[in-house]
Design a binder for this molecule. Structure first.
Ligand SMILES: CC(C)[C@H](C(=O)O)[C@@H](O)C(=O)O
Ligand code: SF4
Length: 403
């Protein structure tokens, strides 16, 4: 009787295992350090370049000549060592890996903390440091301590104005920022089947905000159908009766639109409580909520109207941008007065494309609102896409329709 991560890692919780990894990726930020460490280690050849990916997403296109030089060097390295590169404009690493690359049952490591996103496929996916990544690229494997599991049981259906993002904020609020440290969150229950792949990615994305190693869904018909769209065949996974270390129950029918208020992800309040807070910027995008489904939802709300505040929309990948362009979603967003930036992390990390000034307030669909993250002295509220759209139209934090 095992949890999903015990099944994938092949050992009970608490044990240390050494395992080959199926996929190991880094981005333009961490990749620089990984490359530097390999040089220091004297490693010239990567034994399994087909399992390795470099994805440029954090500062794209480059904002300074220093960044440009670092990206140039990393680009040359990818080319000479046979590593597949998703270059500037391809999209955020987690999104790119979710577009038909990751499969159920795999072991996936990324030199980025939100690699937990990819557990949505029933993979064991977790973030590692850039120097650990160098050792993984050099050896093809790594060690793990098999995590204990927290089962998050979802019941009922999301309706009204609440979205998977509100569910994510709800469980982060319940567990707290270190409530699941070194554990795996497993999302299951009757309510899980009703959540789309995009919603599952959003839910798993925020697992690390509770300290968890990963968030996971069991591969089911929703997963199989999504992967079939990329020509990938996969098998279902079934939850076993097991004794999880802890459990949390969420009734999806009862979830209301929520926001995380500055400067902690776990200080979660109903939108109604902070409604009216004046905004300087709205940001829609990131590995949490920059998928096509998100842009579509945003467009549906702002279509034919004008935003009342600076609003930046960043598609999570080129494929998302392409879909948005082909369906008229992009035109609706532009017509409503929003700005579009290149697929990637955008201003999430405060490096470019919408850095906040002192005292400026941003409502963002991202996953972190730490002090100074998007600019020194800036304040970040985190919300769903529907809340961001309703708020963009008024210029103040506003409950989405149907709340
Ligand atoms: C820059 C990178 C190492 C970082 C992470 O690992 O999470 C970033 O993506 C973030 O969201 O803060
Ligand atoms: S979108 Fe934001 S949270 Fe996601 S990987 Fe990029 S910087 Fe990190």
């Amino acid at each position: 009787m095992s949890t999903l991560c015990e099944q994938i890692l092949g050992a009970p919780a608490g044990e240390y295992v050494d395992r080959p990894v199926d996929l190991a990726f880094a981005h333009d930020g961490t990749g620089v350090l990984t490359r530097e460490t390999l040089r220091e280690m004297g490693v010239d050849t990567i034994p399994h370049p087909e399992r390795v990916r470099l994805i440029f997403d954090h500062i794209v296109p480059a904002n300074t000549s220093i960044t440009a030089d670092l990206q140039k060097e990393l680009r040359e390295y990818a080319c000479s060592s046979g590593i597949a590169l998703s270059d500037v404009g391809g999209g955020i690493c987690h999104q790119v890996m979710s577009e038909g690359v990751v499969r159920p049952g795999q072991i996936v490591v990324g030199a980025d903390s939100h690699t937990c996103t990819l557990g949505a496929f029933g993979a064991f996916a977790t973030g590692v440091g850039a120097t650990d990544m160098a050792a993984i690229w050099a050896s093809g494997s790594t060690w793990f301590r098999v995590p204990e599991t927290v089962r998050v049981t979802l019941a009922g259906r999301l309706d009204g104005a609440a979205e998977p993002k509100d569910v994510a904020l709800a469980y982060v609020g319940k567990l707290g920022m270190d409530g699941a440290s070194y554990r795996a969150l497993e999302f299951l229950g009757d309510g899980a089947a009703g959540i789309s792949m995009a919603g599952r990615l959003t839910l798993c994305n925020m697992a690390v905000e509770t300290g968890a190693k990963t968030g996971m869904f069991y591969a089911d018909d929703v997963t199989l159908q999504y992967l079939a769209g990329y020509g990938v065949a996969a098998e279902r996974q079934e939850p076993e009766e097991c004794c999880a270390a802890a459990s949390v129950a969420i009734d999806l029918d009862a979830v209301a639109p929520l926001v995380a208020v500055p400067h902690r992800v776990d200080t979660v309040r109903p939108v109604a409580e902070v409604a009216g807070t004046p905004l300087d910027q709205v940001f829609v995008g990131t590995c949490t909520n920059g998928r096509f489904e998100d842009l579509q939802r945003f467009a549906r709300i702002v279509r034919g109207r004008q935003v009342a505040v600076r609003t930046i929309v960043v598609p999570a990948s080129r494929s998302v941008l392409r879909q948005a362009a082909a369906t008229g979603v992009l035109a609706d967003i532009v017509e409503a007065g929003c700005m579009i930036a290149a697929p990637g992390c955008g201003p999430c990390l405060g490096a470019h494309s919408g850095v906040l000034g002192e005292g400026e307030v941003c409502l963002s669909t991202a996953n972190r609102n730490f002090k100074n993250r998007m600019g020194v002295g800036g304040e970040i509220y985190l919300s769903s896409v529907a809340t961001a759209a309703a708020s963009a139209l008024t210029g103040t934090i506003t409950e989405p329709e149907g709340a």
